[in-house]
Design a protein around this ligand. Sequence first.
Ligand SMILES: [Fe+2]
Ligand SMILES: [Fe+2]
Length: 297
Amino acid sequence: MPKDALIQKSLEINLFYQRIMKEHLFLIETHLPCVETGYILEADILKKSFEELLSETTILSNGMISEDAINSNEFVTKYTLSAEEITSKLTGASINTKITEAELTLKPDKDYDYTGWFEDTICNLNQRSRNLLKDVIEFKKKLLSLVLTCKLELMLYPDMLEHLIEEAEIYMEVLEALINKEIPKKTTCGELNFWNHIMAEHAEFIDGMLDPTEGELKDAAKVFTDRFEKLVKECVDDASSKIIKKSLEATTEIRDYKKTATEGLLECKIKSIIPPILADHVLREANHYIRILKNRK
Ligand SMILES: [Fe+2]
Ligand SMILES: [Fe+2]
């Protein structure tokens, strides 16, 4: 992989996933019963460690990442900051909003010149992210096994915890490739099935976390689940351009649905147990997948 592509890809991947990881830890931290002080503290420390990395990545990324990446709204959206402020205030758990403010002012690359020093810094960043990610995966797996043996109460579905592990593991796959200076490569079906499955689960979680009276939104979520599950079944060997197109259509629609939901939650117009930052989080994951699909077209 050429040096400049490796640097840019590393920055974009870390910008996206470091935030995803610290938000997963925030969710875990705020959905544990107060009696679990040890695990709450562990989640908080891991969250803050990812925040430190993300803050570093943000500084390094200014003027270095593609315009395409910035415009995809996969790093931050116009809702992120308010979602963070509200969710942090209501849960009492910390969120470093300074990072978000800095991310909102990120500028794309302009005649960048990557020096050897910069390449070493990025390699080091990838390695430190991998080390921390390893701890995060272990932590999530430990919690999942405790939940499944009824030794721990976590107010998140076990299936959601598994989903958080899957996202951490795909980040690990990409990081490993970047550390080996390779282009992270998945087959088209491999990549589409991963993300279509993630989108199906988002719809299931939204359905399960909306108030029972939110009939219309719940019905729409169910339709999305079926649609994405069907797409997973359809992609078996190598994907045709038709399935990429269908996935892009479905993801654009669920993105709009998530956008409306985030707005509704921020304005307190939707009854649910969905924290606003979670709505914005799944919106960014859809934006990230849309960029992947557009590059595959
Ligand atoms: Fe996530
Ligand atoms: Fe997700």
